[in-house]
Design a protein around this ligand. Structure first.
Ligand code: ADP
Ligand code: ZN
Length: 825
């Protein structure tokens, strides 16, 4: 059968003089990183940023025009089939942003474009069947008749809908009906998954007096006239939903008659699905900024580029952001505020809502596709000018961007892991701000070492707020104190005969808090527990001499007697006794939240203990519920992991105990010290945020470890100086960039062979090109060597621009490529 097309699906032809061309990113389900070239047929208006339909092989696919051109080196090109929507879906900066992402993260161009489109925008090509205006003779067969009746009643329908209604419908049958002139068959597009929600409404079309007079006339003839009832209702409520008229008994027939008489009019209105519909914001005037805050604001405002706002927890950074947003709006421009997903709590949203109610919207992963769709258009129209959201909100189609704030800029959740593109929101934000001339503010109490280094070398500006504020209940502020942190040496505890997981000082503090009706947190660092070895007597931790990361117990070796470096693969035997002090308590280390919960119940009888970890935090709204029980004082002791560290701001929270501070330090990842410092600082920051002082206990076998000491003394700078020296020595970012390649396969030998093949080819390619870098490390088993039955091997590239080397090899589909991996485990 020939499929006549509602679009042209024309073959490629040699371009003629005067033809113009479009570079189109095509939704082809292929990993293409380049746009495809199409000619623009005469008479078709095509502009960059428009969504179009293009022929692609035998199919018609959706695409977005990335650029226009007057010439092409190609011998033959096919023409664009149709323009999907004359209004552009991407503006210039977003086109450039998508292309940059594709290049930077080696990601398919369409996937990068799709990030910037309304959610659910993509459409699939389907076969559509339409009625013709005047069907000729009645068809002979009953099946034909059913088909024609169905399309006469429903208009243009998809072949699937037709089959559902009348049963089996073959293409040959449709072809015959088309040849006989009963219907037309065409290739069209499925309704997109994301689309506006419409509401049908009925409005009074005449003066109320006229409607009432007509109602009287109708009622005289028939006392029960539905039309009369409807007219009287409309005279009082001149604009109602169609559903409401149904409830009054009106049928489509009634409405048609009244519409013909000019008494009413039916119309459709778009309903806005609003993720903030449940919020009622009370408008609050901004507080007067403290002198430090005002100075920080002025310094940031005076600098048009990127600024790092380094401010300790509770120093008033958010108030500075709010003021920046306010001034940006005043200047007629819009603002995007990114926060880590986990920090996107109702409390956070409320703070922005109270200041910018009507013009605020939120973007995050828990919104429905419909909500995201509507908010996308609301932003594009310029109706929402403050966008608060997680990572992907950076792609909101803001027309006149003036400001982007990335709060907690060190958070690694800003890096997308899957699906492609594996972008970092901070880098995407910086690129977008460069393209739009917007300011970028990166805020953190514990900045990413890479960001801080950039502020040291002058690539970005740095502004500091190093004094905590203490807001009084009356709205006043005074200087607040950071909590007092005690490092507890667990080796001493052991020597003193305490074999419990809680040290004496921590136990005393929790008891005291319980007596005063205050709350405590017991923090457990669960990531990577029980995979590293630590000497309980001297604190010795085995480390790879060339990578400076902890060695882990090799879970692949049958009796776990080997230690292995997950960066370079170096391995050695696990000794029976500590190589440093010859002690015998040299064993794998780690404790879980459940065990801590049990012990807490045993040591603090009568206390109300709750546990918060990934086992219980899965359900939607569970975070809010947990915060509520804490706020209402139903919990005395909270046992939990990483997730606790963020956002909790509780007046009665006075004691924080970090049960196992060493765990994070030992992860075989060059970020391990940085993460430990950040985490300990964040957790410590939960205590003593209001008038009551806070007490923090960090339990460790390595009390001299740099990140632990720096977190205890609140000295970011001390941490940074030590860390940057280590990074420089070992050649980690910011001095180099990393690329991680992971290959996974069900057969271990095959996985290893393929990983070795690629590593070798990369080395050969590098040497042949006469380059000294990047280093090609591996293959080594990944930190988690086997996931869902598949073995994982990794190869690391380390150099100035390591991704360029990847142009030399072909990576099959089982390869996972990560540029600037946020974690190596
Ligand atoms: P950060 O974002 O640095 O953690 P916040 O902006 O949340 O700090 O400020 C900490 C607390 O101090 C909040 O409760 C905030 O409402 C209050 N606060 C900040 N600035 C002021 C101010 N200028 N006047 C009154 N209260 C303030
Ligand atoms: Zn190593």
């Amino acid at each position: 059968m020939t499929t006549p097309s509602m679009f042209g699906n024309d073959p490629a032809e040699a371009p003629t003089a005067g033809t113009r061309f479009a570079e189109v990113a095509v939704n082809a389900g292929q990993p293409a990183r380049q746009p495809f070239t199409y000619s623009i047929p005469d008479g078709l208006e095509v502009a960059a940023g428009q969504a179009v339909f293009v022929p692609f092989g035998p199919r018609i696919l959706q695409g977005v025009v990335m650029a226009l051109a007057d010439a092409t080196p190609l011998q033959a090109v096919r023409p664009i089939s149709a323009v999907a929507d004359p209004a552009a879906v991407l503006d210039g900066p977003h086109i450039a942003l998508a292309r940059w992402m594709s290049d930077e993260y080696l990601a398919p161009l369409w996937d990068c474009v799709a990030c910037c489109l309304p959610s659910g925008y993509g459409q699939k090509a389907v076969t559509m069947v339409s009625p013709v205006d005047i069907p000729p003779l009645l068809p002979a067969y009953p099946k034909d008749q059913r088909i024609l009746q169905y399309i006469a009643a429903n208009g243009r329908v998809s072949i699937e809908a037709l089959r559902e209604a009348v049963g089996q419908v073959s293409l040959t049958l449709l072809d015959r009906l088309q040849r006989d002139g009963h219907l037309t068959v065409a290739q069209g597009l499925a309704r997109p998954a994301g689309r506006p929600r419409m509401e049908r409404r009925v409005a009074l079309g005449a003066a109320p007096e006229a409607a009432l007079a007509q109602a009287d006339t109708l009622a005289e003839r028939n006392a029960k006239s539905v039309e009369a009832r409807l007219l009287r209702h409309l005279a009082a409520h001149p604009d109602v939903t169609l559903t409401e008229t149904r409830e009054l008994g009106a049928t489509p027939g009634h409405l048609r008659k009244l519409e013909a008489g000019g008494f009413l009019r039916e119309y459709e209105q778009q309903l806005e699905r609003d993720p903030l519909a449940d919020y009622r914001f009370e408008h609050r005037p901004p507080p007067v900024l403290s002198a430090d805050q005002a100075a920080a604001f002025e310094a940031i405002w005076a600098h048009p580029g990127t600024t790092l706002l380094h401010g300790v927890t509770g120093s008033g950074k958010t108030e500075v952001y709010l003021e920046l947003v306010r001034r940006t709006l005043e200047g007629g421009r819009a603002a995007i505020v990114l926060v880590p997903e986990i920090a996107l709590t109702p409390q956070a949203i409320r703070r922005y809502g109270e200041r910018f109610g009507e013009t605020l919207t939120v973007f995050h992963s828990q919104l429905s596709m419909g909500e995201l769709f509507d908010q996308w258009y609301r932003v594009q129209r310029g109706d929402a000018r403050v966008i608060v959201g997680s990572r992907s909100a950076i792609f909101a189609p803001v027309p006149n961007l003036g400001l982007v704030v990335l709060d907690e800029e060190h958070e690694w959740s800003y890096k997308q892991v899957d699906p492609q593109p594996r972008y970092h929101a901070r880098d995407a934000a910086e690129r977008l701000c460069g393209l739009t001339g917007a300011r970028l503010v990166l805020g953190s109490a514990t900045p990413d070492v890479v960001t801080y280094h950039r502020s040291e070398v002058g690539a970005i500006k740095r502004v500091e707020l190093l004094q905590r504020l203490s807001p009084g209940t009356d709205g006043s502020i005074s200087e607040g104190a950071l909590p007092a942190v005690t490092i507890v040496d667990m080796r001493e505890e052991l020597r003193g005969g305490n074999r419990s997981i809680f040290s004496q000082p921590l136990r005393r503090a929790v008891h005291a808090a319980l007596r005063q009706g205050e709350q405590s947190i017991l923090f457990v660092n669960r990531r990577g527990s029980a995979r590293f070895v630590l000497c309980r007597d001297c604190g010795y931790l085995p480390v790879c001499p060339s990578c400076e990361v902890a060695l882990s117990v090799d879970v692949q070796s049958p009796v776990s007697t080997m230690l292995v470096c997950h960066h370079c693969g170096r391995s050695r035997r696990l000794e029976d006794r500590c190589p440093k002090c010859d002690g015998r308590r040299y064993r794998p280390f780690g404790v879980g939240t459940q065990r801590v919960e049990q012990e807490a119940r045993a040591y603090f009888p009568g206390a109300r203990v709750a546990r918060w970890d990934s086992d219980v935090s899965g359900q939607k709204g569970s975070h809010e519920r947990m915060v509520q029980s804490l706020e209402s004082g139903e919990i005395d002791i909270l046992v939990g992991t990483q997730m606790l560290a963020k956002g909790l701001d509780l007046p009665e929270m006075t004691v924080v105990g970090v049960v196992d501070a060493d765990v994070g330090l030992s992860l075989p990842d060059y970020h391990s010290h940085e993460r430990t410092f950040q985490l300990l600082s964040q957790v410590a920051g939960r205590a003593g945020r209001r008038e009551k002082p806070g007490y923090v206990f960090i339990q460790t076998y390595e009390p001299e470890a740099g990140p632990i000491v720096a977190a205890a003394t609140h000295e970011y700078r001390a941490f940074y100086d030590e860390e940057i020296a280590h990074r420089r020595r070992a050649g980690y970012p910011p001095f180099n960039r990393l690329v991680r390649l992971i290959f996974r396969h069900a057969r271990q030998e095959h996985a290893l062979e393929e990983a070795a093949r690629v590593a070798n080819e990369l080395r050969i390619g590098r040497d042949a090109a006469g380059r000294a870098e990047p280093d090609v490390l591996g293959p080594t088993p990944a930190y988690i060597p086997r996931i869902r039955g598949e073995y994982r091997y990794q190869v690391l590239l380390r150099g100035r621009n390591p991704s360029r080397l990847l142009e030399l090899v072909r990576l099959g589909e089982h390869w996972h490529v990560e540029i600037d991996p946020p974690s190596l485990i």
